[in-house]
Design a protein around this ligand. Sequence first.
Ligand code: G6P
Length: 754
Amino acid sequence: MRLSLRFIIPLFLALGAIAYAVVPLVDKLTVQWFERDLDIRATLIANTVQEPLRNAIRAGNRSSLEPFFLRLTQDERLFAVGYCPVGGGEPVATPSLPSEIRCTDLARFSGEEGHVLQSPDGPLLVSVRPVDVEGAPAGMLVLVHDLSFVARRSAETRKYLFYFFVGLGATIALITVAIAQLSWRGWVQGLRALLRGEGLVRPDSFAAPELRPIARDLRALISDLEAEHRSRDDEQLAWTPDTLRAILQSELRGQEVIVVSNREPYIHVRAGDSVELWRPASGLVTALEPIMRACSGTWIAHGSGSADRDVVDVHDRVGVPPAHPAYQLRRVWLTTEQEAGYYYGFANEGLWPLCHIAHVRPTFRTADWEQYVAVNRKFAAATIDEAKSPDPIVLVHDYHFALLPRMIQEALPAATIIAFWHIPWPNPEAFGICPWREALLDGMLGSSILGFHTRFHCNNFVDTVDRLLEARVDREMFTVSYRGNVTAVKRYPISIECPPPAELVAKGVEQCRAEVRRRHGLPADHAIGVGVDRLDYTKGIEERLRAVERLLEMHPEWAGRFTFIQIAAPTRGRIGQYQEYEARVRAMAARINDRFAAAQHSPIALLVEHHQPDEIYEYYRAADLCMVTSLHDGMNLVSKEFVASRDDERGVLILSRFTGAARELPEALIVNPYDTDECATALHLALSMPLGEQRARIRLMRGLLQDFNVYRWAGRMLIDAAAMRRRGRLLERAAAAERTRPAVRARGGGGRRR
Ligand code: G6P
C-alpha cells in the first residue's frame, strides 16, 4: 500500500500541475473562439439588415428603425442594436444600448474583431459595421452581443476538464496499482533468485522479464566482487595470522567467531598430585588451533580430561593456550552414557566406518542415536549461550555434529554457519544404509556453507542429497536449496601452519637424527622411516608393516640397516574394533621383528603411546622417509607436517592414493596401500633416492604448503562467509521492501539471512 501511495501521490500532483496549466489555456481559447463566432455573427446580421436599413434611410423613415431593432434583439444573444448616421444626425438604438457607446467615439469599437466591454450588465461584445446607400457611406450599425453565456460555458468547460483530469488520474492509478500488484511478486521472486545466484546462470529463469537487464548488471557486480575476492585470495603473498585477523576486521567487521568440535585443543590430565597439559593427536585440532589463536573467539568442545573441571571458571571456560591465553575454551560436560552413545557409539562405530569404507562394518543402535541427538542439543544450547550477538559466525566441525547446524540456525537465524566435514563423504549407496540418513542430511543443510576437503567428497554429498531428499540441487553453483535455505557446498582442502611454529623446528635436523637414533640404540648411519597415526584401522598400519616385511624379502640388504618407527597414539580404546586392531598391529610388529631377529637391529619399533607435537617433529626431522598408507582419509595432515618439518629439503614422503593429500602432493611416492609389493618397492626407492631428487620433490611440496597453509584454508571460508553475508543483506533489503506489502508477504516463501 505504501508503495502505491508513493506512486499515486506524485501522479496526482503531476496531473494537478497539468490541469493548472491547461485549464486557463483552454478557457482562454474557448472565450476567443466564442468572441470570434459572435463577431462573424455580427457581420452576418449587418449584411442581412443592410437592405431594410437602406430602404428606411432612403425613405427618411427613421421611426421604423427602432421597432425593427427591437425585433432583432429578441434573439437572446443580441443584447442591443444601434444606428449612427454620418454627419452627426440623431442616432437610433434599442433602449438596452449601454450609455458607454456613443456615436461620437465609435472609432474605439471599430476593428476587424469586436471589442469587449465590461458593463454593469456583464461582458458585452461590441461590433461596428458600416452602412452605405447607393455606394455612399450613410452611417454605422452597432451590434452588441451578450457575452455572459460565454462565461457560463467557460465555467462549465472548466468543470468538465477538472472531472476529466480526476477521472484520468484515478484510471491511471488503478491500472498502475493492478499491474504493480501482479508483477511485484514476480519481481521480488526474481530478485531473490538473482541474489541467491540462481538467476545468474540462467537468466531465462527469472519470473519477471523486466529484471533481466538488472540481472545483467547484478551479475557483473557480483562477479566483480567475487573477482575482487579471488584476486585478493590469489594475490595474497603470505597467509599469516595477521592476514586472517585483517580479513576478520575488514570483511567481517570484527564479528565474533565461535568454533564447535568434539575434541578439545588442550586436555588437562591428572598425574598424581599435579595436572599435565596434553595436546591431542587430532588433525582437526592441529588445523584449528592456530586459527583460533589468530582470531580469538570461543571454542566449544567436550571436556574429556580428568582434570578439566579443576581449571575452568564458573562458566566452564578457561583461557588457552594456558601460558599466553589467546581465546576461550568452553568445556561441555558429558555423562558416561552420553559419551558412550554419542561419541563411541553413533559417531565412531556408526558414522566413522560408514564414511571411511575401510572394511569395518558400521554399527547403528537406536540408543546411540538418541544420545547423539541429545548431545547435539547440548552443544547447540552451549553455542547459543556463548553467542554475544544474533549473527555470529559459527564453525561447526565434523561428523560428531551433523545435527548442530540446523539446531543453531533455528535458534539464531541470522548466524552464518560454516560446517566442515573432516572425513570422507561416501557415495549415496554407501551412505544410504544409515537408518537416520535423512535427519543427518537435514541437520547439515542448516548450514550456510558446507565444506569438504576434496571435490570428490563434495560430489558425493550432492549426489546423496539428490538421491535421498526432496531438495533442489544446483550443480552449476554447487548449492542445495532445502526447506527455504540455500547451502553452498564447497571444497576447502585443510592444511597446517607452514612454515611450522618456530618451537617445533628449533632443534636442528642433525641433532634430531642423532638423538632419535641414540634413543632407539641405532647407529648414526642407520636408515629410519616413520609413521605417525592414531591407532585407527583406517590408517593402514597393518598394510604398512606388511610392506616393511616385504621390503626385507625383496631387498634383504636392508635387514639390520633400516628400522621403521611407528608412533601410534591410542584412540577410542573402548571400542572393540580398536582393541582388536591394536592387538593385531602389536602382534604383526612382533612377528616381523621375530622373523628378522637375526639382524642386528629390529626392523620395526612400535610406540603405542601419546606424543607431544615437539616430540613428533623430532621424529619427522630425524627420518629418511615418512610413510602414510591410509585406506581412506579425508586429507591426512601427517603427510603435510612431515614435508613442512623438512627445512633441510631432505627426506621422502610415501603417500596413499586414498588420502585427500595425494591430490595436493603428487611429488610424493604415491602408492596403493592394498598393493604390498608396490609399497615395498616405494620403500626401496625412497631409501635409495639421491639427495638431489629428494630436494627437488620436497621443495615443490613445501612451496605448495607455504602457499596453501591453514590460514588460507580458514581465510577462504571466512571470505566466502563475508560474501554470503553481503548477499544476505541485499536479500534482507528486498525482503524488507516486500514486507511493506502484506498480501505478497502472506504468500511469499521465507528467505533466509546468511
Ligand atoms: C579425525 C576426526 C577428528 C578427530 C580426530 C581424532 O581426524 O576427523 O574429528 O578429532 O580424528 O579423533 P578422536 O576421536 O580422538 O577425537
